[in-house]
Design a protein around this ligand. Sequence first.
Ligand code: SF4
Length: 213
Amino acid sequence: MLTINEIFHSIQGESTYAGAPCVFVRLTACDLRCTWCDTPYAFTEGAKRTVAEVVEAVAAFGCQLVEITGGEPLLQDDVYPLMAQLRNRGLTVLVETGGHISVDRVPAGVVKIIDVKCPGSGESARNHWPNLGLLGPADEVKFVIRDRADYEFARGVVIRHELVGTCAAVLFSPVHNVLPPPELASWILADQLAVRLQLQVHKYIWGADARGV
Ligand code: SF4
């Protein structure tokens, strides 16, 4: 059984899949409280669904790409059979996790998008660093960056863990309406850092506060 906050069909707003039609399965609950969290409604709101019901709901959209997100999706044990069954249907499955829970049980073939929490999130002490050793060539690492201190933290992690080249992409995402994208762009360019500046496309299409899109 899973507690599901929402299932919806939209345009992927993040990662290297940005712009592609995607079904989102948002699982309820998170044990972090990032200062800039844009999905606090997922902390408690949700309804029970079986794994089979969720798989059928996803399949009904007829979309090749599905993202399992939250909240923190890895808090619920049945997320693992859910990911496996979606893969068995031939779908491309992404899982976005806050990065504080081991990804070692994520089924093979699922694309892991792992957050590394910067100090501005208030949750950087929770990073589960061994996750960076479990990255495969299709996986991605995301840093949400609030200010210059966050940028310098992220840059240090990228260099120390040699992340560029060990996974599909390293994403630097400015906190929406807090860190101006041109500022982050100028820092990346000045340091000749081979990371990818990511804007949250869905917020430009539907606005920052829209839900279920
Ligand atoms: S991990 Fe994600 S869902 Fe949880 S508080 Fe942080 S941003 Fe919000």
